[in-house]
Design a protein around this ligand. Structure first.
Ligand code: CTP
Length: 414
């Protein structure tokens, strides 16, 4: 399924940090999705990446100063015409200059003019990020409605590791597109704790073989990213997740089997305000796991006949824990349903029955099969509430769908 939308005008601001090279991938990603991209670097950014690279990738001329193309009033026009401005990487310096309302280069002048969403993606050393000046500047920008993403945690310029790394370009691109599709990324989930399961579980047959499924973990990770950028403390319990980059601002706990996932959820459920079960949990596991690799030609039938036993239902048992008081009554529990219709019942009919059976507050139903949803970057379906409401979720990126699910959680909690 391809995303067919009217091209939007996206300004990619690039400031002078080592992560400027990643802006090239961001520009390419945004362009390839069909949007019109214009790069506005600071003079410092051009110490890292040449103007020719940005011009070739964006298909537009590049300038850094308000004194170019003066006859076209470029310093005002670019910001006025933009549908979104994303600054990636945003250094501590450019963040400070945005706070001060400076307009001494084309990028800051553009931001000062823009009335569209402005998304700032910080990248700097951990000390600079944690510095009181930077934190105060970030808080000021957020108060003014600027979206400031959380930096990723990981390898920095030198040998050190910490918070301050630029999130991966495709993560940034997805968030920019979600904002353009109307996603709310204001930090209004601050103080909220969110627990998310994601990806498929793997049920071992022997040390080299397992039973698994096609889930990529993308929807769960998109939920984690949107929740983290809305200010929540997010923990992901992840099965197999296609080696997706860890969402910025989230803590991840990797598990293998359904029973490991159940144990991790049980450990953290009591402290969560919102629990979202996006994982594709294997319903069954082999009765036993062979300690050594099973061999062809052995006398027993272990390779030709797999005996299965049912796994715990993590969603249903979390709902039970809430009923019994082990999970607070105020915790919102969200489930997913991956359904196909059959000759008699539609996917939605099955989802309604599942919501009732599982007892969660909200259920996101996707129609799967024939290449739909699993491993894809887009999703659609219906949101069902325990009190019988059904609303359609239009086709959109998994980030846009994630934003919609979190809004539905807001509606329930309010
Ligand atoms: N789920 C779970 N534990 C399981 C199976 C499913 O927590 N053992 C959760 C999933 O994370 C999802 C919801 O339950 O949020 C529904 O998953 P789905 O696979 O659609 O449903 P099943 O319970 O497996 O029902 P069926 O196979 O009959 O459709």
């Amino acid at each position: 399924m391809t995303d067919q939308h009217q091209p939007r005008r996206i300004v990619v601001g690039v400031s002078g940090g080592i992560a400027a090279y990643k802006a090239c991938h961001l520009v390419r990603d945004l362009k390839e999705a069909g949007d019109d991209v214009r790069v506005v670097p600071t003079p410092g950014a051009l110490n890292f990446v040449g103007a020719a690279t940005f011009e070739a990738l964006s298909g537009h001329p590049v300038s850094t100063t308000v004194f170019d193309a003066v006859d076209e009033v470029q310093h005002v026009r670019i910001g006025q015409e933009a549908d979104a401005v994303v600054i990636a990487p945003a250094t501590a310096d450019v963040i400070a200059r945005l706070v001060a309302g400076r307009a001494d280069d084309l990028l800051t002048a553009t931001v000062l003019v823009a009335t569209c969403p402005v998304i700032v993606v910080p990248a700097m050393h951990t000390e600079m990020w944690r510095n009181a000046a930077t934190q105060a500047n970030v808080a000021t920008l957020r108060e003014r409605g600027v979206i400031v993403l959380e930096p990723a945690h990981g390898r920095l310029t030198g040998k050190d590791t910490g918070a301050g790394r630029l999130p991966e370009p495709d993560q940034i691109a997805e968030l920019v597109r979600a904002v353009l599709d109307g996603a709310n990324l204001t930090p209004d989930w601050q103080g909220r704790k969110v627990l998310i399961t994601a990806g498929g579980t793997q049920e071992n047959l022997d040390p080299v073989r397992f039973l698994g499924n096609r889930s990529s973990g993308r929807q769960g990770f998109a939920l984690a990213e949107i929740a983290a950028h809305r200010g929540a403390k997010v923990r992901i319990v992840a099965g197999d997740t296609d080696q997706l980059p860890t969402p910025s601002g989230a803590v991840i706990e990797k598990v293998g089997s359904a029973r490991e996932m159940a144990a991790a959820v049980e450990k953290h459920a009591a402290e969560a305000d919102v629990i979202i079960m996006a994982a594709a949990v294997a319903d069954f596991r082999p009765v036993s796991e062979a300690g050594a690799k099973m061999k062809k030609g052995s006398d027993d039938d272990s390779l030709t006949t797999v005996r299965l036993v049912e796994n715990p239902d993590i969603l249903a048992s979390t709902v039970r824990c809430r009923r019994e008081g082990a999970v607070p009554a105020a915790t919102t529990i969200v489930g997913f349903a991956a359904e196909t219709g059959d000759g008699t019942h539609s996917a939605l009919d099955f989802a309604k029955a599942k919501l009732e059976r599982k007892g969660c507050d909200l259920l996101m139903c996707n129609e799967v099969g024939e290449g739909r949803v699993f491993g894809q970057s887009r999703n659609r379906g219906w949101l069902l509430t325990a009190d019988g409401r059904v609303s359609e979720v239009a086709d959109g990126s998994k980030h846009a769908v994630a934003a919609r699910i979190l809004e539905a959680v807001d509606e329930l909690r309010n």
